[in-house]
Write a protein of this length. Structure first.
Length: 558
């Protein structure tokens, strides 16, 4: 993350933008002042010329007063001229000075100004003035000095028009500055800061997650190694405990890995490594792997996969989408009053877009409108132990493939996710036994399967198998007492039974259960055990099988 804060960047932005605006305002003020000075100088020049013309017109009258040596007459005439001038030019200072001399007498000087008792001598000393001679014949007997100046008051220096111009300039500059700053912040600064913050946060999350992942996975690896040792034991009881613990730890590791992978994918760009994959096989694998870890939730999976093309996608990432959506559906069913329900998975080709559209829906509690609006937001979840990243990552994966994903939900009926992924113009070839609705399967009559086993992962495998084969009706029991309590005797007439011969939590062994089932009319009973000798000695079983669902199950029940 760059060491730059939002506040600092914005402060620098404002400082940077104020400098050119201040220069523009200063230049504008200078231009206005220059124009006003030009106008003032022109006006002053005109008024000085007018004053000179007035004095010239009064030259003969002043000459008569000088000739008569009438200082009083000169003063009165001067005061009259200055009064008229003040009325005509109230903002211009006019000063008149008359110097004359009579032979045998000292020179006389009379002076005055139109705007108050100004120091006329100082004005004539510091300002330009013109002189008009007074002659009698060829002899100059006096001269009149006149000066016209503008008083240097504050109002004169800063007239109202200049103040108005400055105000409008500052107002316009302030408005322009705010508009500029907001536009720069909105278009440049904020996206940059968001990118800096997002990149820094993602880098921190990625680094932290890598460290956490390393530390978390290590103890699980140690535990799994220890349990593998248990599985190699020759003691049947020790091996069975090891199998159960391995299943639990495998589920825990799976959840931790999924959580860490979600966090890592949240913090980095996603580039799919695409290849041709079968959507049908991928769905079946994801469903099978997921159901193993939810043995207490009874789920019926209904497939209607009608697409004909292959997916052109990243198999690992698409597998996460399928698993996330299917696991959410299973968990939603598990939160209901009755932890059982139906999950329906459908598909169809969208040839005009070269895509396959998938739908996955589940019965049970739906999603509220408020939650639906935030469903794909990172870290949003209503689950007690959820991270809120599964659907966010699923959306990111689908979008990275050029597809879309949406959700619709009826609060009390079902939740339905719809998404699209790219396809390629190559037909999907899936074996009939891998296709839930392949031709010919409907000819196999419905079969009731009874499973007696006290291990959860065995029941989970059977539920997954039954979910993929609609002709199977599954009834599962962890001990003989459950069969009796549920009054399930009517199921035995046309059933196939799979019985674990070793029970830890029941007074009845598998051999006892097989004897009872034979009495109830069950014709086919298969032993589920890793100890085939005991099963053979009893002579009660048609075949002896391992703990996994047999691949030749269809042959056994057909």
């Amino acid at each position: 993350m760059l060491p730059v804060s939002t506040r600092l960047l914005r402060a620098r932005l404002r400082q940077t933008t104020w400098l050119p605006i201040t220069i523009v305002v200063a230049l504008l003020m200078f231009a206005v002042a220059f124009l006003l000075k030009q106008q003032f100088d022109e006006k002053l020049k005109n008024t000085a010329s007018a004053l000179s013309d007035v004095m010239k017109s009064q030259q003969s009258f002043f000459a008569a007063d000088v000739f008569l040596n009438s200082s009083q007459g000169i003063q009165l005439r001067m005061d009259s001229l200055l009064s008229e001038w003040r009325e005509k030019y109230p903002s211009v200072q006019a000063c008149i000075r008359i110097e004359y001399g009579i032979p045998g007498k000292a020179p006389q000087k009379i002076k005055g100004c139109s705007l108050g008792s100004a120091d006329a001598d100082a004005i004539f000393k510091n300002h330009a003035f013109t002189s008009t001679p007074i002659r009698i014949g060829e002899k100059e007997i006096a001269h009149i000095d006149q000066a016209a100046i503008r008083p240097t008051t504050f109002r004169d220096l800063f007239p109202p028009v200049l103040w108005l111009t400055i105000f409008l300039a500052v107002l316009g500059a302030t408005f322009a500055h705010r508009v500029l700053v907001r536009r720069v912040e909105a278009q440049i600064l904020n996206p940059l800061l968001d990118k800096i913050t997002e990149d820094g946060r993602n880098a921190a999350i990625a680094e932290t997650t890598r460290m956490v992942a390393h530390d978390i996975r290590k103890p699980f690896q140690v535990m799994k190694l220890a349990l593998n040792t248990l599985l190699e034991s020759k003691n049947e009881l020790v091996r069975r405990v090891g199998v159960q613990l391995c299943t639990d730890i495998e589920g825990s590791v799976r959840k931790v890995n999924a959580m860490l992978q979600d966090i890592l994918d949240t913090s980095r760009e996603m580039t799919p490594q695409v290849e041709k994959i079968s959507a049908t096989k991928l769905w079946k694998t994801c469903v099978h792997e997921t159901l193993r870890f939810y043995p207490d939730i009874h789920v019926k999976v209904d497939y209607d996969l009608r697409h004909q093309k292959m997916l052109m996608a990243d198999p690992e990432k698409v597998s996460r989408v399928f698993t996330n959506l299917f696991e959410n559906a299973v968990q939603a069913i598990g939160t209901g009053k009755d932890p059982s329900g139906l999950i329906r998975i459908t598909s169809q080709d969208v040839p005009e877009k070269s895509q396959i559209q998938f739908h996955i829906s589940n019965t049970g509690p739906g999603i509220s409108k408020e939650d639906a609006a935030q469903l794909f937001s990172p870290f949003f979840t209503r689950k007690k132990n959820g991270t809120g990243l599964g659907l966010s990552i699923s959306k990111k994966i689908v979008n990275s493939h050029g597809g879309e994903i949406t959700c619709s939900s009826a609060s009390e009926e079902e939740t339905r996710f719809t998404f699209t992924l790219p396809s390629i113009a190559a037909p999907e070839r899936v074996a009939k036994e891998d296709t839930p609705d392949a031709g010919g399967l409907e000819k196999i009559r419905e079969r009731i399967v009874l499973v007696f086993d006290d291990e959860k992962f065995v029941h989970a495998n059977w539920r997954q198998y039954a979910a993929n084969h609609s002709f199977v009706t599954l009834a599962q029991f962890t001990r003989w007492e459950e069969f009796v309590e549920q009054n399930a005797f009517s199921l035995a007439q046309d059933a196939v039974a799979f019985v674990d011969i070793h029970f830890l939590n029941s007074r009845h062994s598998g051999i006892d259960i097989a004897k009872s089932l034979r009495k109830l009319g069950v014709k086919r009973i298969y032993a589920i055990t890793n100890d085939p000798e005991a099963a053979k000695e009893s002579g009660l079983f048609d075949a002896i099988l391992g703990k996994e669902v047999p691949k030749d199950f269809m042959t056994l029940v057909g």
